[in-house]
Design a protein around this ligand. Structure first.
Ligand SMILES: *[C@@H]1O[C@H](CO)[C@@H](O)[C@H](O)[C@H]1NC(C)=O
Ligand SMILES: *[C@@H]1O[C@H](CO)[C@@H](O)[C@H](O)[C@H]1NC(C)=O
Ligand SMILES: *[C@@H]1O[C@H](CO)[C@@H](O)[C@H](O)[C@H]1NC(C)=O
Ligand SMILES: *[C@@H]1O[C@H](CO)[C@@H](O)[C@H](O)[C@H]1NC(C)=O
Ligand SMILES: *[C@@H]1O[C@H](CO)[C@@H](O)[C@H](O)[C@H]1NC(C)=O
Ligand SMILES: *[C@@H]1O[C@H](CO)[C@@H](O)[C@H](O)[C@H]1NC(C)=O
Ligand SMILES: *[C@@H]1O[C@H](CO)[C@@H](O)[C@H](O)[C@H]1NC(C)=O
Ligand SMILES: *[C@@H]1O[C@H](CO)[C@@H](O)[C@H](O)[C@H]1NC(C)=O
Ligand SMILES: *[C@@H]1O[C@H](CO)[C@@H](O)[C@H](O)[C@H]1NC(C)=O
Length: 603
């Protein structure tokens, strides 16, 4: 078919050129002209420069795969009807200003794979109809201000594989209709935010193979029309600032083959129109529960070749349109149904390449093994050993209840544990559980708080509860909860902490510094912090008792002192004479001098 048409084209052109000689301007030597298609094809003809003598009505000119080094000023000036010009695969290192002047109708210009280093301002003058420009695989270092300013109709600019180190702030000025931009493998060290903000019609932006390490806030401001953003192969990118994607209203986002260690939940949160999210090939270990719910319209999530070990329950809660999950080649042992908003909507699931434990948690997948689309890659079991390497598709309905089972969590040692200890002691309560899959262990305090793996009261990695430097307020019951997909078990233990009088309190009563606890780890205990006064009741009683005793003893000392003092004054009379006037009523004839006086002996 193709050969036939080529032969026919060739015949036509020979006929037209030789026999009829119609074509205006003729055909340059070594080129093939197809007047009826208005094409001039000079591809691969070892041309060292742009030839002369094109037909003025040519629509398509192919000069690719030659050895052209320069393109001169107004080189194509007569070709007003030209729509497509291909200069790819040459040795062009210099294009003069106004080289394309006059190509009023040019829509496509390809200068791919040449040796351009600089693009002087004015090179693209006159290309007001251009829709597509390919400058990829050159050695361009900078885009200067106003380089593209007359290209008001340009829709696609390909600029991959250049040595770009800098894009000037107004480089994209005038590209008011640009819809697609691709920057690939350049030496940019930061996102050219200011330059990009000129591209107000941009709908697709692809930035590949860059060495940028962070994405700052407002990196893509004023790109309100952008729908698809692809960021891929930025090996140093390990962080997305929380407002880095602000201002965007994307439907598709790819951030793949970077160094992100977590899903950038916060940066994504406002993308409520997002349908497609690809975070593949990042060292992400977990998809956390309930953090993607704002992406209301999300349909597809790809997280292939990452380091996922867990997809938490509720990971896709709120995503009622979610239909494809691609988590091929990760470290997942399971994928629980509770991760999804509704598994009924799930159509495509790539779960292959994971060390899957075939137990009750995957029963929902194996039950749907003929309905779900595995994209040609069946999930296979990794454990238990009996079903190792077996594909989901290969299980018969009869086998399922026997193989895809779980043993509910069960706490093994159920002996009652109760500890009665003095303040400051360290107490351990063990909680060992068994089950398939291996249960997780949670401890809950009597105030219904989940105890964390850090702090004075903490859960050790083996599930044991440790209370260090027990405080009176630690007293109460603690509950150990062991659970897995098949069931839960619990155990309650009791702790009673008795306060001991503090040794330093007696000699230092009234000393405020006494309230410093005797061991530093207890310094932050809540009761100590909550106390409004530096003394407790016990201290007050002791202080009062001590105060009373010391009062009594000082009174006693005072008396003793007075006694010795009085003894030492030997000359003093030991009698005191007290005069008094007797009342008239006492004794009728009492007028004697002795009558109004008595003597008291002092000791
Ligand atoms: C331009 O030439 C190159 C090299 O021959 C070729 O790969 C490319 O397809 C051509 N472009 C068009 C639009 O034909
Ligand atoms: C761009 O980066 C490449 C690879 O790192 C390097 O070989 C090249 O010299 C750089 N170019 C410039 C202009 O810095
Ligand atoms: C990726 O991140 C890890 C640690 O977060 C770091 O050790 C590594 O060097 C980073 N890789 C690159 C290419 O920056
Ligand atoms: C965001 O994009 C969606 C779909 O492309 C569109 O329907 C919606 O109007 C846009 N919202 C804003 C605020 O531009
Ligand atoms: C899932 O991801 C892998 C790896 O990126 C890719 O090859 C495959 O096409 C994806 N599957 C679908 C259904 O998109
Ligand atoms: C748990 O670990 C702690 C410290 O690592 C150890 O003291 C304790 O005996 C362990 N408990 C059990 C039940 O293995
Ligand atoms: C186990 O406990 C969790 C949390 O309390 C609960 O959501 C889950 O339904 C329980 N599982 C079973 C099988 O009882
Ligand atoms: C309190 O005194 C007792 C006995 O005198 C001693 O064993 C204990 O270590 C002391 N405690 C503190 C915190 O000094
Ligand atoms: C003390 O407790 C407060 C809050 O109760 C906490 O913010 C602080 O980090 C704690 N300090 C120490 C040393 O544990």
């Amino acid at each position: 078919m193709f050969v036939e048409s080529v032969v026919r084209w060739g015949l036509w052109s020979i006929l037209l050129q030789v026999g009829l000689g119609v074509s205006a301007g003729g055909c340059p030597p070594r080129c093939v002209c197809r007047p009826e298609a208005r094409e001039v094809i000079c591809s691969g003809k070892y041309l060292n420069s742009v030839p002369e003598g094109f037909s003025n009505d040519a629509r398509r000119l192919d000069l690719s795969r030659n050895r052209i080094k320069t393109v001169g000023r107004r080189q194509f000036s007569g070709l007003v009807q030209l729509q497509e010009l291909n200069l790819s695969d040459n040795l062009i290192s210099m294009i003069e200003v106004e080289a394309f002047l006059g190509l009023k109708n040019l829509r496509t210009l390809q200068i791919k794979n040449n040796r351009l280093k600089i693009l002087p301002v004015g090179v693209f003058s006159g290309l007001s109809s251009l829709r597509f420009l390919d400058l990829s695989q050159n050695e361009i270092l900078v885009f200067l201000d106003y380089t593209f300013k007359e290209m008001v109709n340009l829709q696609t600019l390909e600029a991959e594989e250049n040595d770009l180190v800098f894009i000037s702030q107004r480089a994209f000025f005038g590209l008011q209709n640009l819809q697609e931009l691709c920057l690939d493998r350049s030496n940019l060290t930061s996102i050219p935010t200011e330059a990009l903000s000129q591209l107000q019609s941009l709908t697709q932006l692809r930035m590949l193979r860059l060495i940028i390490s962070t994405m700052p806030n407002n990196a893509f401001r004023r790109l309100q029309r952008l729908q698809s953003l692809v960021i891929s192969n930025w090996p140093a990118l390990d962080n997305l600032a929380s407002n880095s994607l602000i201002g965007l209203n994307l439907t598709s986002l790819v951030i793949s083959s970077c160094n992100l260690s977590a899903v950038p939940y916060v940066a994504l949160r406002h993308l409520v129109y997002l349908h497609f999210l690809d975070l593949s090939y990042n060292p992400i270990t977990v998809i956390q529960g309930n953090l993607l719910g704002d992406l209301l319209r999300l349909q597809e999530l790809h997280l292939a070749g990452a380091s996922l070990i867990k997809i938490e329950p509720g990971a896709f809660r709120g995503l009622s349109f979610f239909r494809m999950l691609n988590v091929t080649s990760n470290q997942l042992t399971t994928l629980e149904e509770s991760a999804f908003h509704s598994v009924g909507n799930l159509q495509v699931l790539r779960l292959d390449g994971n060390p899957l434990a075939c137990d009750c948690r995957l029963l929902w997948v194996v039950r749907r093994r003929f309905r779900l689309n595995f994209d040609g890659h069946q999930p296979t079991c990794s454990s238990p050993d009996a079903v190792r390497q077996r594909e989901f598709r290969g299980f018969s309905e009869k086998e399922l209840p026997r193989i895809f089972t779980c043993r509910p969590a069960r706490i093994m040692d159920r002996r009652p544990q109760e500890a009665r200890v003095e303040e400051g002691t360290t107490v351990l309560f063990s909680c060992k559980a068994d089950g398939d899959p291996f249960p997780s262990i949670t401890w809950i305090s009597s105030h219904k708080n989940v105890i964390s793996p850090t702090g004075r009261v903490r859960v050790l990695p083996n599930g044991t509860l440790e209370v260090r430097f027990a405080q009176v307020q630690d007293s109460g019951t603690y509950q150990c909860l062991a659970g897995n997909a098949a069931g839960n078990d619990s155990l309650t233990v009791g702790l009673y902490v008795k306060g001991v009088p503090q040794n330093r309190s007696i000699p230092l009563f009234m000393d405020v510094s006494w309230t410093e606890p005797s061991n530093p780890q207890a310094a932050n205990s809540s009761a100590q912090m909550a106390k409004p006064f530096p003394f407790d009741v016990k201290t007050l009683i002791i202080a009062t008792t001590m105060g009373f005793l010391s009062f009594l003893s000082s009174v006693a000392i005072c008396f003793v002192f007075m006694f010795f003092w009085s003894q030492s004054k030997g000359q003093i009379k030991h009698t005191a004479t007290i005069d008094f006037v007797p009342r008239s009523s006492m004794g009728g004839g009492g007028d004697g001098g002795e009558g109004g006086r008595f003597t008291m002996k002092l000791i």
